[in-house]
Ligand binder design. Structure first.
Ligand code: SF4
Ligand code: SF4
Length: 457
């Protein structure tokens, strides 16, 4: 896939001319520190992305424990009932459904029938993937890979193994790939039931040779000490149409691509004679593994921001016993930038994101896992807005100054300077606004003008 590119128009350049003049020296300096590096976890990475010993944000304390595995989708209904009484959730769903029908009939931009069905199509692969079965199977499937793990075992140095696995992952559609050590505390306690007839199942680590899924538990072999952490870019033209059902297709497609990439990579690894467990959002927290693998830094969004695609990525991972060289966390100045930027918090329609100057250990609700330092978000407010807007929003992702996905000199220079000179961060935030980034694009134009399939990552 090609790099995302968005040419800067003449008008935008003129508009930002004053800032460019004011920061001309910085831009020149930026050019000096910009360039393609040879970071071990990516084929090409800019020089201003430095490796560090531990992630810049996300430190843990004694309260940090394995997370329950229950996300906002499961928590929202009981919380809504607790806040607003019995029947409030059901009433909200009825009024949301009516609103969506009315908006479709009115042809509200971004809510037409094709806009809504685009997401449904994009979800297809992810919605046919469940932890432990089908695409996300934890075991060898006769006909797809040898059922004998050691029938043919490929061996090479840990560095060569890492390169081989990363090359395969990139071929399948990953854009950023890193190798992190397994950390059992990042793995969820349970796989929540998928429907009323099922039970929640515990996730346990045992000294066994192969992964196992039984009626009561998911078993991860303790010998699985390597995690392939992967980022899949989201389509920024769709993301620029949030909050609408049309914009939702960016997330949906990111999830389906994730399921495709991890399932393909798991079959590849099994074919080399090792075990592999493919996961999307299920089974474990993707963000801490991605931090340890150097995919990006933790941000004010309490999400990962990558140097190349900002927060506009979906994360997924594969656990394996295939020995590989580990990557290191990275620092590109994001945490300092987030302290002054606050753009995501300002544009959030539900005021769900933190305005605090400094990150802290103070959680906002049961959706947060305590014991790590970050800017915690109010997921209840966020989810409530999803119901009101009839979309999965994503305005915060679209607005981040790092969500450009392009290599235009101005952005590379700006990001390079931000990585070494936090005092200039306010200027860069102003420049980002001047260029008009983060503004919603016309949903109707997507169908005639801005279809992006050849520019996605
Ligand atoms: S998805 Fe929307 S409502 Fe939720 S935090 Fe982001 S901007 Fe706010
Ligand atoms: S919008 Fe600004 S504050 Fe928010 S994540 Fe991006 S850089 Fe950080």
């Amino acid at each position: 896939m090609e790099e995302l590119r968005k040419p800067i128009g003449r008008r935008s350049l003129l508009k930002a001319g004053g800032f460019v003049a004011a920061t001309g020296t910085l831009g020149w300096l930026g050019a000096l520190v910009t360039g393609v590096g040879t970071g071990s976890n990516q084929r090409k990475r800019a020089r201003w992305v430095k490796t560090v010993v531990r992630p810049t944000l996300g430190e843990t304390n004694a309260d940090y424990k394995r997370f329950s595995g229950f996300d906002m989708f499961a928590l929202y209904r009981p919380l809504k009932t607790q806040h607003e009484g019995t029947g409030s959730f059901e009433a909200e769903q009825v009024s949301k459904a009516k609103r969506l029908i009315a908006w479709t009939n009115e042809k509200k931009p971004g809510f037409s029938l094709p806009d809504q069905k685009l997401s449904e199509g994009a979800w297809t692969v992810m919605r046919s993937s469940r932890p432990g079965t089908g695409l996300l199977s934890w075991t060898r499937t006769p006909g797809r890979t040898s059922t004998e793990p050691s029938a043919q075992r490929y061996t090479a140095s840990p560095e060569e193994m890492a390169n081989t696995v990363k090359a395969a992952a990139r071929l399948y559609g990953a854009r950023l790939v890193g190798i992190a050590p397994m950390n059992e505390s990042y793995v969820n306690l349970q796989v929540p039931r998928q429907d009323e007839k099922e039970k929640d199942k515990d996730i346990v680590f045992e000294d066994v040779d192969v992964p196992e899924v039984t009626d009561t538990k998911f078993v991860i072999p303790r010998k699985m000490k390597w995690v392939v952490a992967i980022a899949i870019p989201m389509d920024i033209e769709l993301l620029a149409r949030t909050p609408t059902p049309l914009g939702d297709a960016a997330s949906a497609l990111g999830y389906s691509h994730s399921a495709f990439v991890v399932s393909s990579l798991a079959v590849f690894i099994r074919g080399l004679g090792y075990e592999a467990i493919p996961c999307v959002n299920d089974t474990a927290q993707s963000i801490p593994f991605a931090l340890d693998a150097g995919i990006g830094e933790l941000s004010r969004l309490n999400k990962l921001v990558t140097p190349e695609f900002g927060p506009a990525v979906r994360l997924c991972k594969v656990f394996t016993d295939l020995p590989m060289a580990y990557d290191k966390p990275v620092d590109f100045g994001l945490v300092e930038f987030c302290k002054t930027c606050k753009k995501c918090a300002e544009v959030c329609p539900s005021r769900a994101l933190s305005f605090d100057d400094e990150p802290s250990f103070k959680t906002k609700g049961p959706w947060n896992n305590p014991g790590h330092k970050t800017w915690f978000e109010d997921s209840y407010k966020c989810f409530e807005y999803w119901q009101k807007s009839g979309s999965a929003c994503g305005v915060c992702l679209a607005s981040c100054p790092y969500t450009k996905g392009d290599q235009a000199w101005i952005h590379e220079g700006v990001k390079a300077i931000a990585s070494i000179a936090p005092a200039t961060d306010g200027v860069f935030r102003i420049m980002d606004n001047a260029f008009g980034y983060g503004k919603q694009h016309d949903p109707e134009q997507w169908w005639t003008k801005d279809q992006p399939s050849d520019r996605r990552g």
